[in-house]
Design a protein around this ligand. Structure first.
Ligand SMILES: Nc1ncnc2c1ncn2[C@@H]1O[C@H](COP(=O)(O)OP(=O)(O)OP(=O)(O)O)[C@@H](O)[C@H]1O
Ligand SMILES: [Mg+2]
Length: 307
């Protein structure tokens, strides 16, 4: 295992941010930590990186106890935290140079690595502009480039694509896949369920500092819900009359007026609703169930619906 988190808790005063959490990240995977705001994702990553100490439990990275030897662990991993840590007055190139020296890189290797990272994160058009004049997306790309300076065996990315435009997100996904193909283990958090579904081999859904379930995204979908989703507007008071007589297995989730019904074969339900509506053709969306549905079902949170 590259990362082993064993029964870790973290208390901030009275608040239990991480509650007896255990995780195992095998070598070479892309592992996603998902969960609502305040679930404890960043705190968990900070403990794995060794900047926050667990209140109890142990964390091993590369088989090494992070509390015993944080320096060795940190020399072998890269981390992009939720908040960028950049030197604002310096350009991307200069930031990379400072960070490379910190990792004890010397010329000509230092300049070669800076050139590679600027190309890899497509930063060349802004390589010499002071960071304070860069847009948020370019700053994020630089923060990610910095975390890769030491060719880490484990790359930890806390919401790497938040605030990036769609084209840059796509480009970053393909970079992450390239790194993974080269043997890097990736541990990331994201609020974008499509991102988690595309990138991650394994996801752990966290809520209230605990893992509530984990597995392959496609397995979580089948285990918790069903393959297909029928989605439509339906007032809460209409729901029971409308679905009266529906006997096939299904799960329901409501977010405001929107009702989602998960089932293995959508045709049965569509026929039922058409029959109930008689001549009125209500707009129905039929789609494959995705990780976002599982997330909503497990955490019970959505921006619209609240807790
Ligand atoms: N330094 C701190 N002092 C006090 N409380 C903290 C501190 N850091 C985190 N917390 C609390 O711990 C809980 C978990 O926070 P954390 O940042 O780990 O959540 P998260 O899952 O990363 O959320 P988000 O999706 O919003 O980034 C929150 O209730 C937060 O307020
Ligand atoms: Mg966070």
């Amino acid at each position: 295992m590259i990362v082993e988190v064993s029964s870790v808790s973290k208390r901030f005063g009275l608040r239990l941010a991480v509650d007896d959490l255990s995780l195992e990240v095998p070598s070479g995977v892309c592992f996603g930590l998902l969960g609502p705001n305040g679930a404890g994702k960043t705190t968990t990553l900070r403990m794995i990186y060794g900047v926050t100490r667990p209140s109890s439990g142990t964390i091993r990275v590369f088989g090494i106890d992070i509390a015993r030897d944080p320096r060795t662990v940190r020399s072998r991993l890269g981390v992009t935290l939720q908040q960028n840590v950049l030197i604002e007055a310096l350009s991307p190139e200069e930031n990379l140079r400072v960070f490379g020296r910190y990792h004890l890189l010397r010329e000509p290797e230092l300049s070669r690595r800076i050139g590679e990272l600027i190309a890899f994160l497509e930063l060349s058009s802004h390589a010499t502009v002071p960071v304070k004049h860069l847009s948020g997306g370019f700053q994020r790309r630089l923060a990610i480039a910095l975390s890769m300076m030491n060719r880490p065996e484990l790359l930890i990315l806390d919401e790497p694509t938040t605030g990036l435009d769609p084209a840059v997100r796509l480009a970053l996904w393909s970079r992450i896949r390239e790194l993974q193909a080269g043997g890097t283990t990736v541990l990331l958090t994201t609020h974008y369920m499509d991102e988690a579904q595309r990138l991650c081999d394994h996801v752990a859904i966290i809520s209230g500092g605990k893992v509530i379930d984990e597995g392959k995204p496609s397995d979580l979908i089948v285990n918790h819900l069903a393959r297909e989703t029928v989605e439509f507007d339906c007032a809460p008071e209409e729901e029971s009359a409308m679905l009266n007589g529906v006997s096939f297995p299904s799960h329901r989730l409501r977010v405001g007026r929107r009702l989602m019904i998960y089932l293995d074969d959508a045709t049965l339900l569509i026929n039922h609703i058409r029959h109930y509506d008689q001549g009125d053709r209500r707009a129905l969306v039929v789609r494959p169930t995705n990780l976002e549905d599982v997330f909503l079902a497990l955490t019970g949170t959505s921006l619209e619906g609240g807790q």
